[in-house]
Design a protein around this ligand. Structure first.
Ligand SMILES: [Mn+2]
Length: 284
């Protein structure tokens, strides 16, 4: 089957239940049948309307081409949901099972369906870009299978799957470190990424909204912390390779960012890095 030539491919950052902001952003984008929208993952949790976001997406995916990357929050929910169907007793031991039950009760079939179709990564076929939720560690030589539940076979594939959904900092041995255990000599994964899989568009890590999407040499972070009072960001790739971005400011801070380490100061200043050809600033 020939690959469709998209007029625009649009990557939207972590929504975390911010339905009104999402609807405003998508309305501002004036989507046509020649646009494809890719969600970087973490549609749910933290914010006010997780089920509303998923149901709304389930519905617009009937009108538009929508791809959903599985974030760590979707992964947790889908793991609970799969367990619930096979072994309800075991599912009852999951941590926020009450929250998951409430979400499930509100989800429409189209919403569950779109969550179950989510994938680990997506390649923008016309361009050398891929979208993942969190990133890739330096040691990873090959991307894991596109559909995470195909990774059941090997422990290595499962580890790689987990890393693409969780990675933030890397130690001097090139190994990912947990959120609570960073030290000053650890670096953010995208600082050392050599572009082996193409330019990576990622979410998961919150960047200050005033600067727009955070650029690295071979990666761009698009989570501007909407649920934390920042902005919801759309990064846009045009057919001819030009890029831009648009944002909608958060209507309120639904969840304060207690852990200031989640807004990181990366030592490498991004303005010194070469921008991809034709890179342009969008409206803020
Ligand atoms: Mn995340």
């Amino acid at each position: 089957m020939p690959v469709k030539t998209w007029n625009r491919q649009i990557v939207i950052g972590d929504v975390h239940g911010c339905l009104e902001e999402l609807q405003q952003l998508v309305s501002n984008l004036h989507l046509t049948a020649d646009d494809e929208v890719i969600f970087v993952g973490d549609l749910i949790d933290k914010g006010p309307k997780s089920a509303g976001v998923v149901n709304w997406l389930g519905n617009i995916s009937k009108l538009h081409s929508v791809q959903l990357i599985e974030g760590n929050h979707e992964e947790r929910f889908l793991r609970w949901y799969a367990t619930l169907q096979k072994n309800p007793e075991k599912a009852a031991q999951f941590a926020p099972r009450q929250q998951f039950s409430e979400l499930l009760a509100e989800l429409e079939p189209a919403g569950i369906e779109i969550l179950q179709q989510s994938r680990l990564w997506y390649r923008l076929q016309q361009h050398d870009y891929i979208v993942v939720h969190a990133g890739v560690p330096e040691y990873m030589q090959q991307l894991p299978p596109v559909y995470p539940r195909d990774s059941n076979g090997t422990a290595k594939a499962r580890k790689h799957w987990y890393q693409t959904q969780h990675i933030r900092y890397i130690n001097d041995e090139g190994k990912p470190v947990c959120l609570e255990q960073e030290k000053p000599d650890h670096h953010f994964w995208a600082e050392g990424y050599d572009g082996r899989f193409g330019v990576i568009i990622f979410g998961h890590q919150v960047w200050p909204k005033r600067d727009g999407p955070r650029r690295f040499e071979h990666a761009i972070g698009v989570d501007l912390g909407c649920v934390h009072g920042g902005a919801l960001c759309a990064w846009i790739m045009e057919k001819d390779g030009r890029t831009s971005w648009q944002c909608v400011d958060s209507m309120c801070c639904y969840q304060p960012l207690h852990d200031t380490r989640q807004i990181v100061t990366v030592q490498t200043p991004s303005p010194d890095l070469p921008l991809p050809a034709g890179e342009g600033r969008g409206e803020g």
